[in-house]
Design a protein around this ligand. Sequence first.
Ligand SMILES: [Zn+2]
Length: 247
Amino acid sequence: MQYSDDLSSMSTLAHELGHSMHSWNTWKRQSPIYDEYSIFVAEVASNFNQAMLRARLFDTEKEPQFQIAVIEEAMDNLHRYFIIMPTLARFELEMDRRREGSTWAQFDHLYMNFYIYQYATGISAAHALALPILEGDAAAARRYIEFLSSGSSDYPVETLKKAGVEMRGREAMEKCYGILDDLVDRLERLTRRLAGRRLAASRRALKRALRRGRRPTPSLSARCRRPSPVRSPPRGSPAPARGPGPA
Ligand SMILES: [Zn+2]
């Protein structure tokens, strides 16, 4: 990988270290027969590391601008791997059904038979496994190390079940949507805080200008007015007309 000393590179490094930890633990524990884990679990350890990194950054870096950058990185990642990948997997399935192949595609994971939907299952399993560990559940952490050490010694869904996540139902997917939901809430809180800070700074500037007997500029006066809340139209009212506005 390339490293450019930014948040995205740090997250990618955590992702790749997750793969390394998975391989290292498996190779340490399993005989050569079982030392290759299946692709169904391959993206779990990597996304688990990214979930832990973001939780750590939210805990230790309190500056709103930085936290917003972490949310942006998380949403970008979830959008790509939790939303886009299953869409590509459906495309791959459809192409396979039509026997047209996908040799023109540029995304090389499409050449690895049905690899990509496992990004979405992997990312949801990773978050479901990270949640109890982040809450301090030591047994869940032990089960996770056990999962990293199990290679292909059991069926992938069974390996994940022993680690604490059942992939045959909706639970893990719904937990991942819950993570996205939390990120949106956190982003709203942070932007409100930043807007509050800007408003307070503008009011201080206005007071200083008034103390010095200067007329505040129109733009400063406008900044000091709290924006009126946006109200949604009452239920049952007609939707606003679309298209070009009045001439
Ligand atoms: Zn990966």
